[in-house]
Design a protein around this ligand. Sequence first.
Ligand SMILES: [Ca+2]
Length: 372
Amino acid sequence: MKSPFLLSFTLLLSACAPPMMDRRPADVPLIPAPEAAPETTTEAGRADPGQPLANRSDVQAFIRAMAAEHGFNATSLRATFARAHSQPSIIAAMSKPAEGKPWHAYRSIFINSKRIQGGVEFWRANAAALARAEQVYGVPPEYVIAIIGVETQYGGNMGKYRVLEALATLAFDYPRRAAYFRKELENFLLLARAEGIDPLAPRGSYAGAMGYGQFMPSSFRSYAVDFDGDGHRDIWRNPRDAIGSVANYFRKNGWRPGEPVASPASISGDRYAALVSRQLNQPRSSVASLRNQGVAPRDSISDGQSAMLLEFQGIDGPEYWLGFDNFYAITRYNRSQLYALAVHQLSQEIRARSGNRPYSGVFSSDPIAHAD
Ligand SMILES: [Ca+2]
């Protein structure tokens, strides 16, 4: 696992840090933490959208560091930053007030006929690459598809910001996450050089997430693969590379081939309430021990499977689910139980609509209403 993730996860657990911005779905901002008071900035560090980034002393210091540490040509980097500007709209987007959606509202954004149909079509169009990704990485097609569907509507919404400007804006004009985004900017310049891309060309989200699966630059460098062997890792225009990269990300972050993801749960007695897992932890109880405490999967799941009890706010009250190790693996992609359940349910809908058998015999026994 790459270090920014470890760092961010540690910060998340400390409960005082902002949420991870890495793979936020483009159309559903996760909840930004309340804004900290802006730290004092140097004269040169103040946002001035009219001024090219290359004119600022903090950017010039960054360029010198990139030249010293990574052998970049400072003159050409200055020329690049001379054509880039800090974007106040990005700071505004990062500073939106916190807004949490209950599960039933979150769900309807992703589990609807448009997103399901898009997934069916994406599967049809990319069947060979998806099948090969399952062979190589052990991740079933519907989960790779659901991730790409939730993140970017199958590539339809990959973000309109220049990645360089998004990362530089947050590295130099957003003090509370400056260190993280400075590192991502560094990773971005390194990947652009390695791939032979003009750093001004790639587009992404306002937080610098890129391509079909919305990879941050550090994720790109750790997990992106050239899945069609053409010599380029192109997660922006090449769905085959995007598919291989998402599957590789999962495999490297704990996906267990052949194991289930989640199951609706039945509850009885009064011991279940204390068992609800509200943190993003690896499941630690066995299905057998949960069963002894009044919590049972509605799908057929082996007693030895590790599980955690999850509670979601449905329209008619709480819904209970068991999440397994692969549910936890999905939260490595985006640190949210809502996100992981949306990916799981969307994947099952896509598989069902594609006329394929359910994965591992695990399929929600509950009819799922479609909110369109
Ligand atoms: Ca390729």
